[in-house]
Write a protein that binds this ligand. Structure first.
Ligand code: SF4
Length: 325
């Protein structure tokens, strides 16, 4: 029976301030907020089942004075120092951080690496698209450089494509080929997310049609053919109803699922519970909990001193999550 993995997480959207303005985004705000330490701690304390602290938030929020001032009031000299402090808080509370901070340079990645079991940046598409015309951080060359830098630093990495944002079918294939090529050089990409665009009310793209299930299935099949076998394909289980056809097409991971926090990027799509997924896939696959770092990288020891003890505590002998905890 096929093994399909997932991670139990708590989603920590540190800020919705973002220098980019993607035409489909319903997360970014012009009246941005920054979570304070108590808010982060409260969420961590509620998520006793989770092993992953998923830090996903807007890119380079310090371009806004209100964020800079709030950081100063909280005693942080930079947003990066604040991320490190929140990562440490997660670790102290028994969670393995996975940070998606948008574009970071190599020195910033190096600073976050010791506190993160893995990190991520969606490539989205390796071509220039209209929906990104006001998003300097979505330039393909900028994103590809960061994915490569993470490889040079041996950071287990998550990336992926966003399907249905104005790209052509051949752009999707090209984007997956580019990811495959980078992985051949650095071997650090643990998973590739194939994510469907989901229109949000009040955004420039609210009337755009999302990709069809057939298009998504074709994209997964194509990705499975193009990507090296050691990269797992993930599909977000709250964005498709019928998971089994996707598993037949090559999906082997369902990403992070939280019973405490919503998907802040797609709040209109609640997470299914693990029990519900188990019921839907009963007898077809074996569901297995993993950590934010994949078993391969646990075995390779691609993690720093700061979290090595916690990975050992939370993993089983195969490098998956110790489900007895
Ligand atoms: S999609 Fe992400 S990068 Fe784009 S504006 Fe929204 S938060 Fe910023």
């Amino acid at each position: 029976m096929e093994v399909v993995t997932y991670s139990r997480n708590v989603f920590l959207p540190l800020t919705n301030a973002c220098r980019n303005r993607c035409a489909y985004c319903g997360f970014r705000s012009d009246n941005p907020r920054l979570m304070d330490e108590k808010e982060v701690l409260d969420l961590l304390r509620k998520a006793r089942n989770a092993k992953e602290a998923l830090f996903t938030f807007g890119e380079k929020p310090e371009v806004y004075d209100e964020i800079k001032n709030k950081l100063k009031t909280m005693g942080y000299s930079s947003f990066l120092d604040y991320i490190v402090a929140m990562n440490k808080m997660a670790i102290e509370n028994g969670f393995l951080p996975h940070t998606n901070a948008g574009i970071l340079d190599k020195s910033e990645l190096r600073k976050l690496k010791p506190y993160n079991a893995s990190m991520g940046l969606m490539l989205e598409q390796a071509v220039e698209l209209d929906c990104h015309k006001n998003s300097p951080g979505k330039k393909p060359e900028v994103r590809l450089k960061m994915i490569e830098d993470a490889g040079k630093l041996k950071i287990p990495f998550t990336t992926g494509i966003l399907v249905g944002i104005g790209e052509k079918e051949y752009d999707r294939e090209y984007s997956i080929e580019v990811i495959a090529e980078i992985h051949k050089n650095y071997e650090h990409i643990q998973e590739v997310i194939i994510q469907n665009f989901s229109p949000k009310k009040g955004t420039e793209m609210e009337n755009f049609s999302p990709p069809t299930i057939e298009e998504m299935l074709e994209t997964v099949k194509m990705a499975r053919k193009v990507l090296p076998k050691d990269i797992t394909i993930q599909i977000p289980p709250n964005l498709v109803d019928d998971l089994y056809p996707f598993i037949k097409a090559g999906v082997r991971d369902l990403g992070g699922i939280s019973d405490v926090t919503p998907d802040y990027i797609n709040p209109e799509h609640p997470w299914p519970t693990i029990q519900k997924i188990e019921r839907r896939l009963k007898g077809e696959v074996l569901l297995r909990e993993r950590l934010p770092i994949y078993p391969k990288y646990v075995k390779l020891g691609w993690f720093g001193e700061e979290i090595g003890w916690l990975i050992k505590k939370l993993s089983d002998g195969d490098g998956y999550a110790n489900s007895g905890l």
